[in-house]
Design a protein around this ligand. Structure first.
Ligand code: AMP
Ligand code: GLY
Length: 417
């Protein structure tokens, strides 16, 4: 099977790494990719937002499967263009991707499907904003309606800051604050059948102790030893299957990866957000634990034959990933700094710990930073404490001027807290 992956972040590196280890994959391409993905896949330049260009590339390569990684191409209709060219594609249509592309649309689908989520108002005027902030009180949760790479959400006790963020957005969702630990649960679906993956936890804030601004995600781990063993079944029944059924009922079936971002509150599990693609960095830890070869799973979803897939098989291992970000991330990250230590990790720590590249590019013989999140250092171990120790040992070998990472990824969970 020839597979083309669209995107160029650590999630795509994790996808390509798993696909490259799958004996069913005879050729693997990534467009546009990054300096690390080049080790496991053949890179092709492409404008990932240009559906016609992606479809042409897939046709040229005689791809049997196209996997669209990030949300922006999905919302722009890249999966539709590939599907129209007659090539199986893993990823939802533009219409179904509105589940991520518009928070207001997601709220509407959840209301219709009876999916538990925070109460919310959609506001377009300063008067509506003030009413909504007043109705819910602090802490205030203010979300830009459109795509914002994980940075459109402000959660704050400061009314003036909440108001300022709301007024800076054209359309904003203001909602009830949800208290409790967060879980990311991914499901693979063909629009009818839903296959849940293992839950993971992401660390959204920039700094240790969940301080600082929201980011795209600074680290993740799986499994969640503290979670109720019935969590996955419960979320399947209350969230994932009803959402997939509702989108099919509307004539816009969702096929691809449905990501439920959940809060485990005292009053039950609530959806914080949906995404229409694999989460980054959670994918790095979820795929590290998946034993079933990946290509067949994604192809069955693309072809609408997930009901024929045998149950997924998981490793007993735990996995931890730690994101190394540029100086000044998430504000205005500095790029172009050389990254050292990658070969040391390859020589000393692999295969237990390895570096997945996010924003990197090659300049001659050096790899330099090219984005806010630069690397995602991933490790597996017999338990979270061991995986965590291996991940941080590898992180310590990486040198990137001005870089930052959190030192507390999976710390509480590894200590049984
Ligand atoms: P989102 O982009 O909707 O996932 O929001 C980003 C982050 O903001 C989430 O991972 C939460 O940490 C936080 N957040 C979003 N919505 C809420 C809410 N209703 N209550 C508390 N925290 C929230
Ligand atoms: N890690 C959060 C996301 O992928 O949206």
């Amino acid at each position: 099977m020839k597979v083309l992956v669209i995107g160029g972040g650590a999630r795509e590196h994790a996808l390509c790494r798993s696909l490259s280890l799958d004996p069913a994959v005879s050729a693997l391409y990534c467009a546009p990719g990054n300096a690390g993905i080049a080790d496991v896949a053949t890179l092709r330049p492409v404008d990932a937002l240009d559906g016609a260009a992606v479809a042409t590339l897939a046709t040229e390569l005689a791809a049997d499967l196209v996997v669209v990684g990030p949300e922006a191409p999905l919302v722009a209709g890249v999966a539709d263009a590939v599907r129209a060219a007659g090539i199986p594609v893993f990823g939802p249509s533009a219409e179904a991707a509105q589940l991520e592309g518009s928070k207001a649309f997601a709220k509407d689908v959840m209301a219709a499907a009876g999916v538990p989520t925070a109460r919310s108002y959609v506001c377009t005027t300063p008067e509506e904003v003030d009413e909504a902030l007043d109705a819910f009180g602090a802490p205030y949760v203010v979300k830009d309606d459109g795509l914002a790479a994980g940075k459109g959400v402000v959660v704050t006790d400061d009314l003036a800051a909440a108001r300022a963020h709301a007024l800076a957005c054209d359309r904003v969702v203001i909602e009830e604050y949800l208290d409790g630990p967060e879980v990311s649960l991914f499901a693979i679906t063909d629009g009818v059948t839903v296959v849940p993956l293992q839950p993971a936890q992401d660390f959204k804030r920039a700094l240790d102790g969940d301080a600082g601004p929201n980011t795209g995600g600074m680290g993740a781990y799986s499994p969640l030893p503290w979670a109720d063993p019935k969590l996955v079944d419960e979320v399947m029944e209350l969230v994932l299957q009803p959402t997939v059924d509702e989108l099919r009922r509307r004539g816009t079936p969702f096929s691809g990866l449905l990501y439920a971002g959940l809060a485990i509150t005292g009053r039950g599990t609530r959806v914080i957000e949906f995404n229409a693609r694999f989460g980054d960095p959670e994918t790095q830890v979820v795929l590290a634990r998946l034993r079933t070869p990946l290509a067949g799973v994604l192809l069955n979803a693309a072809n609408g034959t997930l009901d024929t897939l045998p149950p997924l098989v998981w490793r007993d291992d735990a996995a931890v990933t730690v994101v190394i970000a540029s100086h000044n991330y998430p504000e205005t990250p500095r790029t172009g700094d050389p990254i050292e230590g990658l070969l040391e990790v390859a020589a000393e720590d692999e295969p237990d710990a390895y570096v997945l590249h996010a924003g990197t590019r090659r300049e001659g013989n050096t790899v330099v930073s090219a984005g806010g999140r630069v690397l995602s250092v991933t490790a597996t171990g017999s338990d979270l404490a061991q995986a965590r120790a291996k991940a941080y040992k590898a992180v310590a070998r990486i040198r990137l001027d001005g870089s930052q990472h959190r030192t507390d990824i999976a710390a509480k969970a590894a200590e049984g807290r």
